[in-house]
Write a protein that binds this ligand. Structure first.
Ligand SMILES: [Zn+2]
Length: 63
C-alpha cells in the first residue's frame, strides 16, 4: 500500500497545509502550516522510499 501513490498524496497534503495556513495567516500562517505538516506528515513520509513527487513534477516550492 505504500508507494509512489501514497507519497504523492502526502506531498500534496503538505503543500495544501502550507497554502491553507498562508491563506489564513500570510507568511507566518504558511510557516505554521509547514510546521504542522512536518509534525504530522513528515514521519510517515520518511517511511516511503520515494523522492518528493512534487519536485519530480516541477511543482515543489519546498525544495
Ligand atoms: Zn520537493
Amino acid at each position: 500500500m505504500f508507494g509512489r501513490k501514497a507519497a504523492e498524496k502526502l506531498d500534496n497534503t503538505a503543500a495544501a497545509m502550507h497554502r491553507a495556513g498562508k491563506k489564513v495567516g500570510g507568511e507566518r500562517g504558511g510557516r505554521a502550516g509547514d510546521a504542522v505538516a512536518n509534525a504530522v506528515i513528515a514521519p510517515v513520509r520518511r517511511q516511503l522510499d520515494t523522492d518528493c513527487t512534487r519536485c519530480a513534477r516541477g511543482k515543489c516550492k519546498r525544495h
